[in-house]
Write a new protein. Structure first.
Length: 405
């Protein structure tokens, strides 16, 4: 369990070109101005059906865009279908839009990014589908991608990202079998993100709570990932401080604007610098999340809530994992056993948000399937960002799943 003092203090390269960040209560009223500063005329809003039908969410965005609103495409789903992006492209072209505004959670933002890619390509859908089926990704055009402006209403922390997930199914897209994959390119970073605590407050608490674990674990992993830098240390530390305080208040039933303001600032900081052209700080917890949600009907936040404490126990049993820094970020820096204190703090937060704590309580794998899940986890690209000195095996991953069961 020995780890050198310099494990996280060696040379690093930090290249990061983030979106323009806009924050403030009712800042969506400035969406039209944001487009105008970029010379953009008409934006298609991309969101899910519930968001599109909720006046408290969609109306401020409509009003903020004003005469720069080209239309609303309210058909995204958590599946992030390539076929959905093609449907959105049809609406994008029919409304003569030149920009996209994603409204809602990470699924809508992912579809908006795929739409942007499709709008810039001259390849036929059949060609795109065949290539995606073969490679699990899409070719990113060198230029011509319509800008995406993100307006998040959840706490998943998917906004400052250069990637997007995408799936395809023969029922809605020219592929012969179901495919799950993703895209990643520096051009997929949103042009701007509008963080509006008033808008966040319209999201039902169960949805916020579930999405929050995904965002929270970004901060946890940013500190222990092998790709951590002093820059991301700073943003993750402050982000976790704000985020945890907001989540605890939310769990206690507090709903004043100050709570949502803290959560909004926290999630903005937790994401800052974690998705870069040559590195990311997403690590083991996110790899487990992918291994569970890409094959089973498990919500991402629920998967994170179940596995995060067990992954941390595993990390701390084998390496230092920056336990002292994590304990400080989570407000238990004076604990005599920082590793145990960190795990307990995460478990307490999961309980406060009333999220599942056992794998058997979600629609996930049975123990007989743990071997298959373990292979998927180890094949996930995020495992490469594990803490220095940690070499997880299939048996290790199965053991974590068994502990989570």
């Amino acid at each position: 369990m020995e780890e050198t003092v310099d494990a996280y203090s060696g040379p690093f390269r930090f290249e990061y070109d983030p979106a323009v960040l806009r924050y403030g209560a009712n800042c969506v009223t400035d969406l039209g101005d944001e487009l105008a500063t970029r010379g953009l005329e008409r934006a298609l809003v991309v969101c899910g059906s519930t968001v599109g039908e909720t006046a408290a969410v969609i109306d401020p965005v409509r009003e903020g865009l004003g005469d720069r609103l080209a239309g609303v495409f309210a058909e995204t789903t958590p599946a992030k279908r390539l076929g959905t992006a093609y449907d959105a492209l049809e609406r994008f072209e029919a409304t003569d839009a030149d920009a996209v505004v994603s409204l809602g959670g990470g699924s809508s933002l992912d579809v908006a990014k795929v739409l942007s890619v499709l709008a810039a390509t001259d390849e036929a859908p059949e060609t795109v589908g065949a290539a995606f089926e073969e490679t699990g990704t899409l070719s990113i055009p060198e230029e011509g991608l319509p800008p995406v402006v993100a307006v998040p209403t959840t706490l998943a922390g998917a906004d400052l990202s250069i990637g997007a997930g995408v799936t395809a199914d023969p029922t809605s897209c020219p592929v012969e079998r179901p495919v799950s994959g993703g895209i990643s390119h520096r051009s997929l970073m949103p042009a701007a993100v509008c963080y509006d605590p008033e808008l966040l407050a319209t999201t039902p608490q169960p949805i916020l709570a579930a999405s929050a674990m995904n965002g929270f674990d970004k901060g946890i992993e940013t500190l222990y990932a092998g790709t951590a830098t002093p820059v991301t240390d700073a943003t993750a530390m402050r982000g976790l401080e704000l985020f945890v305080a907001g989540l605890e208040a939310l769990g206690e039933g507090e709903t004043d604007l100050g709570v949502y303001a803290g959560l909004t600032k926290g999630i903005m900081l937790l994401q800052y610098g974690i998705a870069r052209p040559d590195a990311t700080t997403l690590s083991l917890v996110h790899a487990f999340g992918h291994g569970l949600t890409r094959t089973y009907d498990v919500q991402q936040g629920a998967a994170h809530a179940v596995v995060a404490p067990r992954v941390l126990e595993y990390v701390f049993a084998h390496v230092d994992g920056r336990r002292a820094l994590l304990a400080e970020a989570l407000g238990v820096g004076d604990a005599t056993d920082p590793a145990a204190a960190v795990v307990e703090r995460v478990e307490t937060l999961v309980d406060a948000l009333e999220l599942p704590t056992r794998l058997r309580d979600v629609d996930g794998p049975e123990p007989a399937e743990f071997g298959t899940v373990a292979e998927a986890v180890l094949d996930d690209a995020f495992v490469a960002n594990r803490p220095p000195g940690l070499e997880p095996t299939r048996e290790d991953v199965e053991g974590i799943l068994e502990a989570a069961w």
